[in-house]
Design a protein around this ligand. Structure first.
Ligand code: 8DG
Ligand code: MN
Ligand code: MN
Length: 439
């Protein structure tokens, strides 16, 4: 303590993925100021500034002492001149005028509010504000705008209250459990992990990110449409987008040569909204990762590679299976689409009547077990931790990291991982606990 409070300069590692960044910062005012500047830059389409402030915020979040003197952060990696001025103002004056101005700007608040609507991004939000639309109620009342809403926005607006009520970890685990129960009817022995912010220690979040795999590689193929079909029949699906057909070894190998955008992966996934009964009982958060430990102990990756080779040699029957799966996927997609044909008026009526359920955002990602731990790192996040991992991997190791694996594109090889620890080992990085990935 006493050593840190003096003039001694802190040292931070160059990449955020080399640092421990806990959820709770020792300097919350400074972090929130820098994040406000970053968000404001994002709203103004200034990606460079957004990143610069976000990086500075990340560095401050990783400091394990309270900043009392500006000299303690001078010369710190990624804390630029502008950020330093803001930090100085906060330490010395208690606040930064620049940040206060943003916080007091109604435009900033309107942008934040519109941004929080499912299906709405900054450009749409900006347009609305320019058209004198300021609240969610305005969006409903201004019928002249309705023709410009897509279906996702209609849902986001209709179910604004439900979808913007934070999901607790216990509630998210109950949703995971509900999905697991349905899976038992289709394919017993699946393993589900609640990832995203909850895995980083957050007590609440905006959605449930659920990773789904099976200990035997290949069993997961074609699983997602079957699951969604059943969930839909149980009346649990309000709306969603399903991506399928990428989840096979052939595609993954093709993808290795393709530069993937940083946060895009090619897993079968469903991004949607579930209808969750109001009486669904919360679950205790203790058992989220039991399955995961089991998965690590099984030493599955090696056997799964064997399976994969075996399957590839039997190419014809394998392709036949894939075709059948695609047919089923297409039918399920049609069925789900017809379910969500409701008009904006119907959605508004549905959301405003006394209903027994709440609308909840859920992401379901189906992962072949051989890629599971890379996917787990990717879907645990956070976004900035991932960004840092991938940059580090590219620049320092010359390897391509995605949620599918760690690839040497020149040699056409990849490094398997049986645990998150092994992912970090492969990356030649010290292991960082999920709860320290809050960059
Ligand atoms: P929150 O839901 O509590 O607000 O926070 P979060 O859990 O950290 O955010 P998220 O938007 O749900 O994303 C969870 C992680 O998933 C995030 O670190 C990045 C990762 N991720 C991927 N692929 C994709 C993708 O296609 N979309 C999104 N939104 N996130 C993705 O690996
Ligand atoms: Mn999330
Ligand atoms: Mn998500």
């Amino acid at each position: 303590e006493s050593q840190d409070s003096g003039k001694k300069e802190a040292i931070v590692k160059e990449y955020a993925c080399m640092r421990k960044t806990p959820l709770k910062s020792k300097n919350p005012d400074i972090v929130s100021a820098l994040e406000t500047l970053s968000e404001n830059a994002f709203f103004h389409d200034d990606e460079a500034r957004r990143l610069a402030f976000q990086k500075a915020a990340g560095v401050i979040k990783s400091l394990n002492f309270k900043i009392k003197n500006i000299n303690q952060v001078k010369g710190l990696h990624d804390v630029g001149k502008h950020s330093l001025e803001v930090i100085k103002d906060i330490i010395e004056e208690g606040s930064s005028i620049e940040v206060e101005n943003i916080i007091n700007d109604p435009w900033f608040h309107q942008m934040k509010a519109f941004q929080s609507i499912y299906g709405v991004g900054p450009s749409k939000a900006k347009k609305w504000i320019a058209q004198n639309v300021f609240t969610i109620d305005d969006l409903i009342e201004r019928t002249d705008l309705h023709s410009s809403f897509d279906h996702r926005m209609e849902l986001g607006i209709s179910f604004y209250k439900d979808l913007n009520t934070q999901v607790t970890k216990q509630h998210a685990l109950a949703i995971k459990n509900l999905i697991q129960q349905h899976l038992e009817e289709i394919l017993p022995g699946c393993i589900l992990v609640l990832a995203g912010g909850f895995r980083r220690g957050k007590a609440s979040g905006h959605d449930a990110d659920i990773l789904l795999t099976h200990p035997i590689e290949g069993k997961e193929i074609g699983l997602l449409p079957k699951l969604l079909n059943l969930l839909s029949d149980s009346g649990l699906v309000l709306h969603g987008t399903m991506e399928t057909g990428h989840n096979n070894p052939q595609t993954i190998m093709k993808d290795k040569g393709k530069p993937l955008a940083s946060n895009v992966d090619h897993f079968d996934k469903w991004i949607g909204i579930m209808k969750i009964d109001k009486n669904l009982k919360d679950l205790d958060s203790s058992d989220n990762e039991n399955d995961l430990i089991q998965l690590e102990q099984n030493s599955l990756t090696e056997t799964s590679i064997e399976t994969k080779k075996g399957r590839l040699s039997k190419k014809r029957s394998f392709v036949q299976t894939l075709d059948n799966n695609e047919d089923f996927a297409r039918d399920t997609k049609k069925k789900l689409a017809s379910n969500s044909k409701m008009s904006f008026e119907q959605l508004l009526a549905l959301s405003s009547k006394d209903k027994q359920w709440v609308a909840r955002r859920v992401d379901i990602i189906v992962v072949p077990v051989s890629q599971f731990f890379y996917a787990l790192v990717g879907w645990t996040g956070n976004k900035w931790f991932n960004r840092s991992l991938r940059l580090y991997s590219q620049r320092v190791l010359g390897l391509k990291l995605t949620s599918h694996g760690l690839f040497d594109l020149n040699r056409g090889t990849s490094l398997p991982a049986n645990s998150e620890h092994q992912v970090f080992d492969n990356l030649k990085l010290e292991y960082i606990e999920p709860t320290d990935r809050n960059c």
